[in-house]
Design a protein around this ligand. Structure first.
Ligand code: NAD
Ligand code: LMR
Length: 321
């Protein structure tokens, strides 16, 4: 399998590449060829990372190619992880990155459309991830839309741990959790359908905890990490990127949160890339249907969808889609 990673010399890249090469993405029996894209000034640093990959002697690493030309790097690629983009700094919102990062995804979308393998799956991690995925998708009209996803698995993992800590249970007891909407502070982790040891999570906690503590903690976790570390999350972001792509390729047992192009399910505006509860079988995801959403959930989801619509309108104005 040819796996492309952009921004490979960055923080997330430094965690991600070693996990992919060690078999954490596709398992111990699937050789992986890494295709690593960077901007020209970062290629020297990337050469150093490749030296370290060599020094691990990973049995599953079949080869590494690096470069600054997306057409060459994406040639024949089966899986693409689009990480390369500027991270936000303290005090910024992710949407503030649109003007700087959005244009990266026009060229990369086109290059994927022209060069990737027929079975390409594209996962966007670079922020603002949902709308960058929309940009890449819109610039690759020959690739089926559903092959473009964005990362909200980090929010999903955060939501799981925060709930597990509150209830003093293991994360393994929590199922049917989902993040809805945008990977920004309007994201909505729904506890009214989440199960903990078979019980409804929302029945085990106070509504005031959900509204005043849980949702803000999950939604603002990225900012809390920037405030503490002086840098945005990296190892956990790489881990979530692997979780999402692995599940998309290999399938799921429980619901997972995936940002996917909306087909209009649950009234989410068609075409925007929004997070839904999904299941995956045979390499294809499906948005879980028939979930009951109460008024509180519907309002929260609508507010997050409004943010995505506003980002979509902004990139339309910028001529990126
Ligand atoms: P970083 O600055 O450490 O690395 C980014 C890398 O991308 C740099 O090496 C840079 O040279 C490279 N790059 C820039 N433009 C490029 C281009 N056109 N082609 C290829 N490479 C390019 O940043 P990071 O901490 O690794 O974060 C990367 C992105 O991921 C940021 O936008 C960050 O906000 C985002 N992020 C998203 C999530 C999520 O959950 N969706 C989580 C964490 C971080
Ligand atoms: C995160 O959620 O950690 C990332 O999106 C980085 C950020 O800017 O918060």
């Amino acid at each position: 399998m040819k796996v492309a990673v952009t921004g490979a010399a960055g923080q997330i890249g430094y965690s991600l590449l070693f996990r992919i090469a060690s078999g954490a993405l596709l398992g111990p029996d699937t050789p992986v060829e890494l295709r690593l894209l960077e901007i020209t000034p970062a290629l020297k640093a990337l050469e150093g990372v490749v030296m370290e990959l060599d020094d691990c002697a990973f049995p599953t690493l079949a080869g590494v190619e690096i470069g600054d030309d997306p057409n060459a790097i994406f040639n024949g690629t089966n899986l693409a992880m689009l990480v390369g983009a500027m991270p936000r700094k303290e005090g910024m919102d992710r949407a503030d990155l649109l003007a700087a990062n959005g244009k990266i995804f026009t060229g990369q979308g086109k290059a994927l459309g022209d060069n990737a393998a027929d079975d390409i799956k594209v996962l966007v991690t670079g922020n603002p991830a949902n709308t960058n995925a929309l940009i890449a998708m819109s610039n690759a009209p020959d690739i089926p839309r559903e092959r473009f996803n964005a990362l909200t698995r980090l929010d999903h993992n955060r939501a799981k741990t925060q709930l597990a800590k509150k209830l003093g249970v293991s994360v393994t007891e929590i199922t049917h959790l989902a993040i809805w909407g945008n990977h920004d502070d309007s994201m909505y982790p729904d506890l009214f359908n989440t199960k903990v040891g078979g019980k409804v999570a929302a029945d085990l906690v106070e509504q005031s905890w959900i509204t005043d503590e849980y949702i803000p903690t999950v939604a603002k976790r990225g900012g809390a990490i920037i405030a503490a570390r002086g840098l945005s999350s990296a190892a956990s972001a790489a881990n979530a990127t692997i979780d999402h792509m692995r599940d998309w390729v290999k399938g799921t047992e429980d619901w997972v949160s995936m940002s996917v192009p909306s087909d209009g399910s649950y009234g989410v505006t068609e075409g925007i890339v929004s997070s839904f509860p999904c299941v995956v079988k045979d390499g294809k995801y499906e948005i879980v249907q028939g979930i009951e959403l109460n008024d509180f959930s519907r309002e929260r989801i609508a507010a997050s969808v409004a943010r995505l619509e506003s980002e979509r309108d902004q990139v339309k104005e910028l001529g990126l889609i």
